[in-house]
Each structure stands twice: as structure tokens, then as C-alpha cells.
Design a protein around this ligand. Structure first.
Ligand SMILES: Nc1ncnc2c1ncn2[C@@H]1O[C@H](COP(=O)(O)OP(=O)(O)OP(=O)(O)O)[C@@H](O)[C@H]1O
Length: 228
């Protein structure tokens, strides 16, 4: 699944955040995105994950164009389900009322038409996902307030991978992790790319990006870049 952003633009509160910006992440590749703090990495990932609408430009996912003006309700569910997003601030994103097991398996339950998470139905997937992100199974019954930032970050990574997405977007995925766990997470993403996913990682950790990514792209180089 290839991701293309074509001349996307974004302003917030009257200030231009992203001038026309273009990017391609081919299927089977893992790309790193770097920029100084406040330059717009999170904004770009939010747009690529269809959580935020750009002011202009086009997002093309697996050949399906999603122009800026397209109503959210018109975006095919199949496209949304193929996107896995790890947000920058796990504490803001995680539902404090759900255990880690419920958090990780919630997308599976909703896909299957359940109105609330039922982790007991997804034991095999839960074990596979926790292995992928090196999260101890003893933590699965705990709530977000009862685990560390790094443990919660890994639980949300497992959630992002739960539907086996073909486009994976990660915002600072290793910011709360030690070097060993960082390597495990980035290796898992590398494996996903090898299986055909397009992976985009925004991070300040340029060394890790250089080690694990096919290319590391400074955000400033993507402004005005033409990929057509
Ligand atoms: N809701 C908002 N209203 C106005 N400005 C905003 C809003 N959200 C973000 N911004 C501004 O948009 C710019 C880009 O923010 P963004 O979070 O995308 O940057 P970033 O590169 O991810 O930063 P960091 O590396 O610090 O996480 C920042 O200057 C920020 O102050």
C-alpha cells in the first residue's frame, strides 16, 4: 500500500504550518521524517492518517485519491482500516477506562461489530501483538494509569498493528523506550515493511531512523517538492 501526499497545505489559527508539501512512501518501505520541534511532523502524520483534513492538496492511499475537500463520511472504510497510527502522546490518546487488553483489541472488536471491547475473543491475536511489541502479558489487565509511559506506548503500538494495517504511521514511537525496546519496536516495523506495508516514522532520534529506515527525509525538503 503506497502513500502519496501531493501538495498538501495546512494553516492553524491563521498561521501556515505546512506550505505545499509532497511525499511518497512506497509499499514495502520504511521512511523516517525529521524536523525541529514545532515544524509540523505531527500535523503531517495526522493528515496522512486521515485524522486531520488539509486545507489543500491530495492524499493518495493505495491509488485511491482523497482530496482535501472530500467529506470524511465519503472515505472508504477499507482505506481507514488499513491505516495504523501510533499517536505522539499515548496518555492523551488512551481511554483511561479500558485495560491494556481492551485497548489493544478494541479495533478488532469494532471491526467485528461489537459495541465494546471483548479481549477474551481475541486471545491469539493479543498474544501475537504483545510479543511483537515486547509487552509483558502480566500488564494486560492493568489500566493506563497503572503502567509506565513506555509500557503504554507499546500497548498503543500493538493496537495500531491489530488490524494488520498496510499503512503504518508512527509519531515518536520510541520516545519513552530504552535502547533495547527501541530496537525491538523498530525491528517489528521493519518486518511490517518487509511484508509490504508502507511505514512512516516521525522522530527526533535520527540515529535510530538512519539505522532502520530506507530513507530519512527532512520535512523542509518536502516543501514544494514535486513528485508528479
Ligand atoms: N491546534 C493548534 N492551533 C494552532 N497552532 C497549532 C495547533 N496545533 C499545533 N499547532 C502549531 O503547529 C505547529 C506544528 O505542530 P506539530 O505538532 O505538527 O509540530 P511537530 O514537528 O510535531 O513538533 P514536535 O517535534 O515538538 O512534536 C507548531 O508550531 C504548533 O505550535
Amino acid at each position: 500500500m503506497t502513500l502519496r501526499l501531493e501538495s498538501i497545505e495546512l494553516s492553524l489559527a491563521g498561521r501556515q504550518i505546512l506550505p505545499p508539501t509532497s511525499l511518497i512512501v512506497p509499499a514495502g518501505h520504511i521512511m523516517g521524517l525529521t524536523a525541529p520541534s514545532g515544524a509540523g511532523k505531527t500535523s503531517l502524520l495526522s493528515i496522512a492518517s486521515l485524522l486531520q483534513r488539509p486545507d489543500a492538496g491530495c492524499i493518495i492511499i493505495d491509488g485511491i485519491p482523497i482530496p482535501a475537500e472530500l467529506a470524511t463520511s465519503k472515505i472508504p472504510v477499507a482505506v481507514r482500516r488499513n491505516i495504523g497510527m501510533l499517536p505522539q502522546n499515548p496518555r492523551n490518546f488512551a481511554d483511561p477506562r479500558l485495560t491494556l487488553a481492551e485497548t489493544i483489541t478494541a479495533p478488532l472488536a469494532f471491526r467485528d461489530g461489537k459495541s465494546r471491547p471483548v479481549p477474551q475473543r481475541y486471545q491469539d491475536q493479543l498474544l501475537r501483538l504483545t510479543d511483537q511489541v515486547q509487552l509483558s502479558k502480566t500488564l494486560l489487565g492493568r489500566f493506563p494509569s497503572q503502567v509506565s509511559d513506555g509500557q503504554l506506548q507499546r500497548a498503543l503500538m500493538a493496537r495500531a498493528l491489530s488490524l494488520d494495517p498496510k499503512l503504518i504511521l508512527c509519531d515518536e514511537p520510541t520516545s519513552a523506550l530504552d535502547p533495547t525496546t527501541t530496537n525491538a519496536i523498530l525491528s517489528a516495523l521493519r518486518t511490517k515493511a518487509a511484508e509490504g506495508a508502507a511505514v512512516l516514522i516521525a522522530s527526533h532520534d535520527r540515529n535510530s531512523l538512519t539505522r532502520y529506515c530506507d530513507a530519512v527525509l527532512p520535512l523542509a525538503d518536502l516543501h514544494q517538492a514535486s513528485i508528479c
